[in-house]
Design a binder for this molecule. Structure first.
Ligand code: SF4
Ligand code: SF4
Length: 422
């Protein structure tokens, strides 16, 4: 796909500006009515989803040229997908999210690059992760764990830790507890250890679309070698890559892909995991964009012409993402009380870390996270719970920087606490 393939979508934008807000029917207060972090922060229409649609059409028709200013606007976007969801409510005959991805691709093609993104890509190529860490250290998080490496034997479930969880020492314990819980509950689970590599989704989102292929092929090879029927990850970005980006590029991993909350939620329902210990806490849940609205399975492109005519199964509305399993886990915890924020599920506000914004525009990323923490505090919750290591990382860092009173947990941490693990 290229920008020209989205011409009808871009030309179809009616400039109604609905993509800047959550849908009107969902607005509960003016304070938390915004949906697009980029236009809310930067106060210009150009930063909104619509602004980028108009920009893309103008570039395609040669009415304007790509320059540093335009590229900076294109990169100042978390690719959170809120604009796509809101636009679909009013205009389900056009698509927006893929335009944002294709604009990134054009920036890279035309040489408008971001230094921090280039460094991430170099690290991915050299060390198989975008964090500048050593490949040799990838498997250290699992040292001493009683879990098979797929290099030793085949397994039913392959667990993909992802880059953030593999290298972030503050988060590692959660991952170790998760693996112990699953294998202790009878799941035949294995890991790839130091042989695991990045899923490659970051490269695609940063605009280096072709680079994802190598990582995807590598991933497919590991899945096949493992003999697994299910691929599980605890990272929402990896989940999105497996569910959306790989199929979009024609790659089928040939296994069921689950987020860890889907697997655990299923096991709780089956009585295979029984939370017992009290977690006396009032919590609110943050939907990670790439697990929620962007975690929706890729639906094949519509080649029937007018998108107004396309059946619902071809529409990427964001409603079929993973929203309930993490909430079900929280509700299963004795003593825990779940209170919801104003912007939830497919209308959630982004944590700020996505789309390469955390690395290239850290102030914008932190501002976005601070806005969400304010919304969480307004519920009266003492803790914000989420299901993505990137969200946990930025929220914890923002709590430290701002001094706001809010604990931040991955939902698997609370489950482990209930089971006596931590
Ligand atoms: S909501 Fe859709 S149609 Fe309306 S301005 Fe945004 S992109 Fe254009
Ligand atoms: S993806 Fe998110 S940040 Fe980017 S334009 Fe859309 S709503 Fe705004």
């Amino acid at each position: 796909m290229a920008l020209r393939d989205m011409e009808r979508d871009m030309a179809g934008c009616s400039r109604c500006s609905s993509c800047k807000w959550i849908p009107h029917s969902q607005v509960k207060s003016w304070r938390f009515a915004s949906g697009c972090p980029s236009s809310t922060r930067h106060h210009f229409h150009a930063y909104s989803g619509s602004g980028k649609m108009i920009m893309g059409l103008s570039l395609l028709h040669g009415r304007s040229e790509l320059n540093d200013g335009v590229a900076e606007i294109i990169y100042n976007c978390q690719l959170c997908g809120s604009c796509q969801v809101s636009c679909q409510v009013y205009r389900d005959d056009i698509d927006l999210s893929d335009v944002l991805l294709e604009l990134r691709g054009k920036c890279v093609e035309d040489g408008f690059l971001i230094l921090e993104h280039m460094e991430m890509l170099q690290s991915m190529k050299k060390e198989d992760n975008p964090l500048g860490m050593l490949k040799a250290d990838r498997g250290r998080w699992a040292e001493g764990l009683d879990v098979p490496d797929i290099g030793q034997r085949q397994v039913e479930v392959l667990f993909h830790a992802g880059c953030r969880y593999s290298y972030d020492e503050d988060l590692r314990e959660t991952l170790r507890e998760t693996i112990s819980l699953l294998s202790g509950s009878g799941v035949d689970i294995g890991i790839a250890g130091r042989e695991e590599a990045c899923c490659g989704g970051r490269a695609y989102e940063l605009g280096y679309q072709g680079e994802m292929r190598n990582f995807a092929d590598d991933m497919a090879g590991r899945v096949k070698a493992s003999g697994a029927a299910i691929l599980v990850t605890a990272c929402s970005d990896c989940y999105y890559t497996f569910k959306y980006l790989y199929p979009k590029r024609g790659l089928d991993l040939g296994v069921e892909v689950l987020h860890v909350t889907e697997l655990v939620g299923r096991m709780i329902k089956e009585g295979r995991i029984e939370p017992a210990g009290d977690v006396p806490m009032r919590v609110t849940y943050h939907d990670p964009c790439h697990l929620g609205r962007r975690g929706e399975t890729y639906k094949a492109g519509w080649d029937g012409g007018d998108k107004l005519q396309r059946p619902v199964r071809f529409k990427q509305s964001g409603r079929m993402g993973v929203f309930d399993p993490p909430r079900d886990i929280i509700r299963a915890l004795p003593g825990a009380e779940l209170v919801e924020m104003e912007r939830i599920r497919e209308y959630s506000w982004c944590c700020g870390a996505g789309g390469g914004v955390l690395e290239a525009f850290p102030d914008f990323a932190a501002w976005t996270a601070a806005d969400r923490l304010e919304e969480a505090a307004a519920t009266g919750a003492e803790a914000l719970v989420t299901a993505c290591p990137w969200c946990v990382r930025i929220f914890r860092d923002t709590v430290t920087e701002t001094g706001v009173e809010m604990k931040v947990y991955d939902v698997m941490e609370l489950l482990s606490a209930s089971l006596g693990g931590v």
